[in-house]
Design a protein around this ligand. Sequence first.
Ligand SMILES: [Zn+2]
Length: 304
Amino acid sequence: MSTMKSTQPVYSGPATTYSMVNAAISMNYVVTALWKEGTWVCIQYDVTADKRRGFVPASAVNITEPSVPTFTPTNYTRYVAGNTTTYNGPSSSGYPTVATLTSGTVVSFLNKNEGSFALIEYTLSGSQKTRSYINSANLQLVKPTLTLAQLKSKFPHGKYWNRMGLSANNQDGYTSTQCSNHGNTNNCNHYNPGTSDLASQCLGFALKCGYDSTGYDPLAIANGWSSSESSSSLDSLKAGDIVRYTTATNEHSIFVTGVSGDTVTYGDCNGTGKPCEIRWGATISKATLKSKFVKLRSAPKTLI
Ligand SMILES: [Zn+2]
């Protein structure tokens, strides 16, 4: 067994810019050297309750394993499918959890598998990189998209698309409390496909559903999304599209979930009279939409 030559902080990757696994591992601590990357070595060691994996400078370890391979990672872009817990080592037991990554999170797969686990790297808020292990069944090549059933489960009918009682935007969640100060940024959720809040209330919710069902921002007019301000565009209206139309007092946006003859079924937020309430299964006639038409955002594919 190898031992530490000196006390060292342990990082999740082979540089001090990675997140820390342990603030210090003591001199003479027994470790197993797993592989080398550059001037660093990945070690595994036992702690009181379980095991840890991380990197220390190779020069700080008295390596006694007869053969320690060198690993050169290759970065492959992958998407996390489903909200998924990652671990410090290649198992869901015996190592601490690192994070729960939300479905659709972009990560780098480092081209290293152990059993059913894959080594990944990603950037946390700020610029700090982290490495951890994820079940490889939860990594996929294409952006995950949600079906109508999954959208209804994610944003339940009768709940509120807002951040009441929470300290931050809650665009992937909901609450059971209607907005007490509706229109205030500390109340309503905001659609944010990257780094900017782009819309709230009815439009924000419709855009969020459009994004989650396609993997692409409906506002970008790219990746198959298009828009039209001609009411004749409603002739080809389909599930997955977003329609904006005038109401008695304002304008309203809806996320279309079905079209049958003249009947359009939709989901929306802030359309029931209760601020930011989520609703599914409402209907409106296509003729009404045509007479009050403002804009169609046409999805790249029909919602299933
Ligand atoms: Zn609100």
